[in-house]
Design a protein. Structure first.
Lengths: 105, 130
């Protein structure tokens, strides 16, 4: 299996970029920073004194410091043993809010 | 405080006056003065769908790091909440509201010199004029 013509993912038309199974420490820190920024936006709108339905729903979300690590870095999935997968497998995960789990999970 | 102890009746009034007249130090402005949201687009809405792109356009945001000001109203608050992952929001008083042109003037770097005068007059326009 050595030499220039050995089989590999790339030259067999496979994926070159692989997604790691879990987030690194740095990516987790970045994720936490993003969660805090979203919290700051919700807090700013709350501080403005305006009342609307979407704000009430947003205030029901857990804040970054209230969330367990499980919810910050993984999400529910029905397809795997243990019902969890890394949150970085979710498309556009840095720009969507995914903080709560389905009932019972 | 010592004055307070010596002449309680007068000094109490004086301290009250002082409390009224002097603004609280350390705080830039009273949060109750805030009338506007200062909204800055930090993350783009590319591939987040037409709904979110349309909401951004409704807020008047067309490019990243662009800042717009909107009044505190429920419809604007709802739009901000819908785009909360993309925006940075501050509450500001009306005197801090800036138009696009004013923001650009404020961003401009100082030239480092000041024109105090010219022997030719202002740009030599006197020579051209009859």
């Amino acid at each position: 299996m050595l030499g220039a013509f050995r089989a590999s993912h790339v030259n067999q038309g496979g994926l070159l970029w692989k997604t790691p199974w879990k987030l690194s420490t740095t990516r987790k820190a970045n994720a936490r920073a993003r969660l805090k920024k979203v919290d700051a936006v919700i807090e700013a709108v709350r501080a403005s004194g305006v009342q609307c339905g979407s704000l009430e729903r947003a205030l029901e979300l857990p804040k970054e410091h209230e969330m367990p690590a499980k919810d910050k870095y993984t999400v529910f999935t029905p397809h795997t043993v243990g019902y969890r997968k890394g949150i970085h497998k979710v498309p556009k995960w840095t720009r969507i809010t995914q903080r709560t789990n389905p009932k019972g999970f | 405080m010592t004055a307070c102890l010596c002449r309680p009746a007068l000094s109490l009034r004086l301290t009250n006056l002082r409390l009224i007249s002097t603004p609280p130090s350390g705080v830039e402005h009273d949060p109750a003065d805030n009338t506007h949201y200062k909204i800055t687009l930090r993350r783009s809405a590319i591939s987040l769908g037409d709904q979110k792109k349309g909401t951004l356009a409704a807020l008047g945001l067309h490019r990243r790091n662009q800042t717009v000001f909107h009044l505190h109203t429920p419809d604007i608050a709802g739009k901000i909440i819908a785009l909360k992952e993309l925006l940075e929001v501050q509450n500001v008083p009306a005197r801090d509201v800036r138009t696009k042109r004013e923001q650009r003037v404020e961003r401009r770097a100082p030239k480092g010199y000041e024109i105090v005068g010219s022997r030719m007059g202002y740009g030599g326009f006197e020579l051209l004029s009859p």
